[in-house]
Ligand binder design. Structure first.
Ligand code: ADP
Ligand code: MG
Length: 380
């Protein structure tokens, strides 16, 4: 990929530039916890975006997307927003850098990637983080890493119409080989934990379905969580977010809130604890416990939070039956991928069975993505 990018860069712009890269991400555990002020536990993966960049001495950006085979040229004023969706990510990063007082000199770029689009691995964050990191370095802006992640997030909000949280861009910027990062979504404190599962593989199985319910259900889940948190806060004023509540405190208000809200809250409070348990287990190198927690998360997402679907439950059940170490739905739910921690010797039979049995039941094969926890944004 790097060579192809370089060849195209030379063809279009003459002399070569400097290459930068960033990554997609997985989240091992900590789902639907971000808006409850809880923990997420993501890591960058070994697929991402690579961009070759060189200042061009003008006030314009000339960009070429190798994967789309398309060029875009745009200025750096707010009115210069390009027509192509992919170019809006690059433009947005430039604009958000400028809004923070950073300098953005015009540049030429060719880029490409290998994160599957829209599969839940955040190809968009990989793209934003690559350019946020590169532009910061090239222009000597000295913007700190957290703010670089915020540049990506604001790009999604202000230029791409996606109201996302900070996790994807955070993971893509801060990601480190063999490490997952526990991020406290309330305080923004973070800590690296070792993730080097020797003898296991991490594999995503993409159901390739996306059920329509997702956005309305998301808003309903949020409302349930806020309602439960508010009920608990009447007795325990220190509770600002649901993740601040102890399990016992939830039991105290059981009669005061709808049963549905209780179940949603039960999941969230359990999930916050599971992230902590997984971190402890990783410090001991205990991947069996990690896997068990993944199954518990899946159960919670399916039965208490009710954001799974038939396809994902099917994949999870198959994993359990074949004694795969850990498996759960990853992401918001109602489709997308399961993330699986699989012993080396079980990998081939498990993937073969998943493909065959899923296809028999649902009429199409799932997609398989092997991932390794790797570095995030960097200069190559
Ligand atoms: P994801 O879940 O993968 O982040 P999004 O819909 O948020 O899905 O982002 C996908 C969009 O990001 C694409 O439609 C495209 O505009 C841009 N993008 C991602 N990867 C590439 C790439 N390799 N080349 C060009 N654009 C890309
Ligand atoms: Mg995205």
């Amino acid at each position: 990929m790097k060579q192809k990018i370089h060849a195209k860069f030379v063809e279009l712009f003459g002399e070569g530039g400097q290459q930068y890269a960033s990554a997609g991400r997985i989240n091992l555990i900590g789902e639907h916890t971000d808006y409850n002020g809880g923990y997420v536990f993501p890591g960058a993966i070994d697929c991402g975006i690579v961009a070759e960049i060189k200042p061009n001495g003008t006030s314009k950006v000339r960009a070429y997307s190798l994967d789309y085979g398309e060029a875009a040229e745009f200025g750096l004023e707010e009115a210069d927003k390009p027509a192509q969706a992919w170019a809006c990510y690059v433009f947005g990063v430039c604009r958000e850098t400028i809004k923070r007082g950073g300098k953005v000199a015009g540049f030429d770029t060719v880029f490409a990637g290998d994160v599957p689009l829209g599969a839940g691995l955040s190809s968009s964050a990989a793209l934003e983080s690559t350019f946020a990191f590169a532009i910061n370095e090239i222009n000597g802006n000295g913007i700190d890493k957290f703010e670089l992640a915020r540049i990506g997030q604001s790009t999604e909000h202000n230029y791409c119409g996606v109201m996302c949280g900070i996790m994807d861009q955070f993971a893509s910027i801060f990601g480190k080989q063999d490490s997952l990062i526990r991020l406290n979504c309330k305080t923004m404190e973070y800590k690296y934990f070792p993730f080097k599962p020797e003898g296991y593989r991490l594999v995503l199985i993409d159901s390739c379905v996306k059920h329509e319910l997702a956005s309305s259900a998301y808003n309903k889940r949020r409302a349930s969580c806020e309602n439960a948190a508010a009920a608990i806060a009447k007795r325990h004023p220190e509770v600002e977010f649901l993740s601040d509540a102890k399990r016992l405190w939830l039991d105290e208000v059981r009669e005061e809130i709808p049963e549905e809200d209780f179940l949603r809250a039960e999941y969230v409070i359990g999930e916050v604890q599971r992230v902590l348990d997984v971190c402890d287990a990783l410090e001991r190198g205990d991947y069996e416990t990690v896997g068990e927690m993944m199954y518990q998360t899946h159960f919670g997402l399916s039965r208490l939070y009710e954001v799974s679907c038939e396809e994902l439950d099917f994949l999870n059940k198959l994993a359990r039956k074949m004694e795969v170490t850990g498996s759960r739905v990853m992401g918001g739910g109602f489709g997308g991928c399961t993330i699986n921690l699989v012993k080396d010797e079980l990998y081939e039979p498990f993937i073969a069975a998943a493909k065959k049995q899923f296809a028999e039941k649902f009429g199409h094969e799932p997609k398989i993505y092997d991932v390794v926890i790797s570095d995030g944004a960097r200069k190559l």
